[in-house]
Design a protein around this ligand. Sequence first.
Ligand code: PEP
Length: 256
Amino acid sequence: MRRILVAGNWKMNLLQSQGAALSQFLAGKYGSCAVEILVCPASPYLSGVGTTIRGSAVQLGAQNLYFAPQGAFTGEVCGEMLKDVGCGWVLVGHSERRQFFGEQDELLAKKVAAGLQHGLKVVLCVGELLAERQAGQTEAVLEKQMAGLAQVSAEQMANIVIAYEPVWAIGTGVTASTEQAQQAHAFLRSQLKSRYGEAVASATRILYGGSVKADNALELLSQSDVDGALVGGASLKVDSFSAIIEAGIQAQARKS
Ligand code: PEP
């Protein structure tokens, strides 16, 4: 059975003291937990948050990495550095990276491979724009974006999580309906099956992201192919993020 993962992407939010307070609360509340919990602070704060959550059920992830192992890449951070400061995870291909930083599937495939090579688990984000959904292109876009897995072997898929994040639902307050989410997740799982076979497809977790909140989390997480949530805005506050984690725990119990 797939274990639900609730991941918070803090993006370029929360100063040191704010991230420390939130992570202290989470670490205190979730010494152990039925679901996996992940927080992804901005890179200057990875080390500090990592120290705060050490020994708890809360895991540490970065929001991005560069694929080169080291060298003259001003402003970039490589997988080995992330590992060195205690990250277990890294997000790759978030729609904001695609939209604002021009990241495309070929580059993302290199980032995914680099993350795996340095022992990080990778959350590969995919999702269609509103215009693409309206033009009936959702599945074609998702299929194309699965090229982020181009260099990943079946064995390495144990360290990959896919996040379906329809761009029109990110930070907008508009959530995909449970039917839209389930349909996209089932499609992504069928893509995994054709790439890697049934066993990998049914073992790989697919998260939903896009305006997940305390009041819609349980319904979304109860869908058969929804294995967790990637949460932006609602991961920045203790109450909303812990309510989503609690919804995850309930959904996990329902699925067992
Ligand atoms: C995200 O950025 O990954 C996200 C899902 O944001 P939000 O929850 O704010 O829509």
